[in-house]
Design a protein around this ligand. Structure first.
Ligand code: TYD
Length: 428
């Protein structure tokens, strides 16, 4: 456990920790339609992010008190059902919160939003474990300065308010603490400076550099995706990347064979249909060589930098294709790869489960086969069998999903199960 510092860092939510425009825009549009007011355009909608709703509907939509009340009610109803999850964690925010936690700072959230919604958002995106206190408008406070005071610990020697709008800067000043204006949010430099920002940051990275200079990043994670050729890996990798982005995980893509300059040169040799003389043992060693470089040059440094490395195939492919398909044996390929992998295994491996006959049908509908894809049906039957043997040996690491589901539905299942693993892994 980190030693407690005497520093507190309080964050605004919308526009500072999360990019909430999708949900807020949809709910303001819905509120305008409900009360029969003109629906604001996107530029006008941006004004609604940050200030209290009661203020916004009067000031920006020009509603009288009674109509504003009805608009707020319509907004809240949709927001609490779906709007609050139409949200994205800014890239780097998870890394920042984890770094502050590791440093021993007290971390609070102060927002004009309702407490229940705030807590649900923080829970949904797995940010709650890094946050010590949440103070919101509905906790009996409406002035931002009061809300900020409510989020602060009883005693501290230094405190910062980080926010993206003037309410945050004015509130921080009134509460007697330092202020940082986040320019990546919804306010402008002029607005933030005029309202008392002491420091302005352009990006989350700049915020990390300012608040935690020289501090080692928290560990990221290594994930891999496996399956037969034709299992739909490319589509699922793209869908999973979207979900991880939304949760604020910083994803780096890679693939095997390849992932590095030398690895790509090896890939070209391995997959070239004009190299029929490559023996099974040579092939296995070339894949392992590509992997040895990949682990050291890309995978480990990426994880050490706090990012998520998502790899299209890893050692399991060698075991399945060379161990099973080429009949070199599961254990032999594991032994042969021991030095290449050197203990670096994925936190989770998604296996897109489809039998070899169905995968073959899908492949035939796609592009011209490379040297591996041109293999016989019996070859892929052995590949499938070896994958099953691996899953049986290491059930904890594999996330096995039915790859015959519609891609979108499959994507949701993959994202849900991978996010569960990632969030459990980063819990302090
Ligand atoms: P992949 O990049 O998944 O091909 P594609 O994008 O065309 O689906 O993988 C290339 C081929 O290499 C694939 O047929 C599986 C095979 N392979 C092995 O035989 N052993 C290995 O260790 C790896 C990583 C891949």
């Amino acid at each position: 456990m980190a030693v407690r510092t005497n520093r507190a860092v309080i964050f605004d939510l919308d526009g500072t920790l999360t990019q909430s425009e999708e949900g807020i825009f949809n709910c303001v549009r819905h509120a305008a339609e409900t009360v029969g007011a003109p629906v604001p355009d996107d530029a006008a909608l941006r004004e609604y992010i940050g200030p209290p709703l009661a203020y916004s509907f009067r000031a920006f939509m020009g509603l009288d008190d009674e109509t504003a009340e009805r608009a707020i009610a319509a907004f809240r109803k949709r927001y609490h059902r779906v709007g609050l999850f139409e949200n994205r964690v800014y890239p780097g925010i998870r890394r920042l919160l984890r770094t502050l936690k590791a440093r021993g700072d007290y971390v609070g959230v102060a927002t004009g939003k309702h407490g229940d919604a705030t807590r649900r958002i923080l829970d949904h995106f797995g940010l709650s474990p890094f946050i010590d206190s949440v103070c919101c408008a509905a906790d009996g406070r409406s002035e931002k300065a009061d809300i900020i005071r409510g989020a602060l610990p009883e005693s501290f020697s230094e405190a910062w308010m980080v926010g993206d709008r003037r309410f945050d800067m004015e509130g921080g000043r009134a509460a007697g603490i330092h202020t940082i204006g986040a320019l990546y949010g919804y306010g402008t430099a002029e607005e933030l400076e005029a309202s008392g920002a002491e420091v302005l940051v352009e990006s989350v990275q700049a915020l990390i550099d300012f608040l935690c200079p020289g501090q080692e990043p928290p560990r990221g994670a290594f994930l891999s995706m496996e399956g037969l050729d034709g299992s739909g890996k490319s589509t699922q990798i793209a869908l999973l990347t979207d979900a991880l982005d939304r949760w604020g995980f910083e994803v780096v893509h890679s693939r095997e064979p390849g992932g590095t300059r030398v690895g790509d040169m090896l890939r070209a040799i391995i997959l070239d249909p004009d190299n029929p003389e490559i023996t099974a043992e040579t092939e296995a060693l070339l894949y392992a060589a590509s992997r040895a470089q990949h682990v050291r040059e890309l995978i480990r440094p990426t994880v050490a930098a706090g990012r998520v490395l998502l790899c299209d195939r890893f050692v399991d492919s060698s075991v399945a294709y060379q161990g099973g398909g080429r009949e070199l044996g599961v254990q032999h390929i594991l032994d042969l790869n021991a030095a290449a992998v050197d203990g670096t295994l994925p936190l989770a491996t998604v296996y897109l489960d489809i039998n070899h006959e169905a995968a073959l049908k899908r492949r035939h509908a796609a592009t011209a086969p490379d040297r591996m894809e041109a293999e016989s049906d019996a070859f892929f039957a052995r590949v499938e069998k070896a994958y099953r043997e691996l899953i049986r040996r290491d059930p904890e690491r594999f996330i096995v999903v039915d790859a015959t589901q519609p891609p979108e539905k499959l994507g949701e299942e993959v994202a849900r199960r991978v996010l569960e693993r990632l969030m459990a892994d980063e819990r302090p």
